[in-house]
Design a protein around this ligand. Structure first.
Ligand code: ADP
Ligand code: MG
Length: 351
């Protein structure tokens, strides 16, 4: 967890827009050689030489994507950066710069935005990112954070969602479902706290789950690992919405089908025990939970030797001809159609 510390309250209007921008960006001098000009002009100037440029944006809205009742602002800043870097890593690229758009109501004191930026700064430092610009404005209600991440890759290294072929192996990094179970724990504690504000929750047993929800880490390590292994995935996507909807994206974009094996889905023991406690099915949670920020990719069968013993990877299925459809093969060896129950940002209903 990251330490949280703000105590005093300075009204946003005391500083004004430019004073606030100066305060928030004072520690953000650029470090990378690809940053020609960072904060302070009308636009940042970047130089990636002969590499291809990757650009991606995510918008996070209070009450939709986060709840400040249990999401400390420092964690929120960190997570908002991770969500974006994850998309660059999912293209097999190196993330290098971000810009940050903030809109907030005057219910937030200056110190709150400093906490948010402390999380952003920490993420930028740990992931070698320059913050090269942004925009700051007011909102009538709530907090909005929009981050744009920029990165680069050699043309031949870029991996799209569209390259999977029948018989390719389907592989995932890390484990799944923990971020969703962390959210269940936090929601439960919030409800308990409402009834009894003096309750002192003992959350030790849930540390991993809560960390995965509040402080996710994007898989910066995977693109270099592919390089070391001499491996180029045929397709790739990051897991923001849940395994099933991401698999369906790969299948639809690549024009293939899939057999996903239930018994191969990687679950941390903490997810299994939390699912028992909440009487939830752990496979459903892995398929639909979301926010794991792991990478899902396909590789040619010939590359099996390169990945089989690597602890970062789990082989969870294989691609088929499109006409064979998209299926989950259960532990009982029955085949059920895969549906995208993953998080739908528009209405939270199944899509
Ligand atoms: P402009 O009027 O051109 O939009 P601003 O006065 O809004 O410029 O911003 C001045 C500089 O500060 C620009 O380099 C801009 O990218 C940067 N900036 C503004 N807001 C933020 C922010 N929230 N985080 C990081 N950089 C910011
Ligand atoms: Mg501006």
């Amino acid at each position: 967890m990251i330490e949280d510390s703000h105590q005093s309250r300075t009204n946003l209007s005391e500083l004004g827009e430019f004073g606030l921008i100066d305060l928030l960006t004072k520690n953000l001098a650029p470090k990378l050689s690809s940053t020609i000009k960072g904060i302070g002009d009308d636009a940042a100037v970047l130089d990636f030489k002969d590499k291809q440029t990757l650009v991606t944006t995510d918008l996070m809205v209070e009450g939709v994507h986060f709840d400040l009742a249990y999401m400390p602002l420092k964690h929120l800043g960190y997570k908002a950066v991770m969500v974006n870097l994850s998309d660059v890593y999912a293209m097999n690229g190196t993330a290098s710069q971000i810009t940050i758009g903030i809109a907030c109501s005057n219910r937030f004191p200056v110190e709150a935005l400093e906490e948010l930026y402390a999380g952003i700064e920490l993420a930028a430092k740990l992931y070698d990112i320059d913050v090269v610009g942004g925009d700051t404005t007011s909102s009538t209600k709530g907090l909005f954070i929009s981050i744009t991440a920029v990165g680069y890759a050699e043309k031949e290294d870029v991996v799209y969602r569209s390259g999977a072929k029948p018989n390719d192996l389907l592989v995932v990094t890390g484990d799944l479902g923990a971020a969703y179970m962390g959210l269940q724990i936090l929601e439960r504690e919030k409800a308990v706290f409402k009834v009894n504000p003096n309750s002192q929750p003992d959350l030790d047993a849930y540390t991993y789950l809560i960390e995965r929800q509040l402080k996710p880490e994007a898989r910066k390590d995977i693109a270099p690992l592919f390089k070391d292994l001499g491996l180029r995935p045929t397709s790739m996507i990051d897991i923001s919405d849940g395994l099933s909807s991401e698999i369906i994206h790969l299948c639809k974009n690549s024009g293939v089908g899939v057999n996903l094996f239930e018994n191969k889905i990687p679950l941390d023991p903490a997810v299994i025990s939390a699912c028992e406690e909440f009487e939830l099915d752990s496979t459903t949670i892995a398929l639909s939970g979301g926010e794991d920020y792991e990478l899902l990719f396909t590789v040619a069968q010939e590359d099996f030797e390169k990945i089989k013993a690597n602890p970062n990877f789990s082989i969870i299925g294989h691609m088929t001809e499109a006409r064979e459809g998209m299926h989950l093969v259960t532990r009982g060896n029955t085949k059920i159609p895969l549906i995208a129950k993953g998080w739908n940002a528009m209405d939270k209903e199944n899509d």
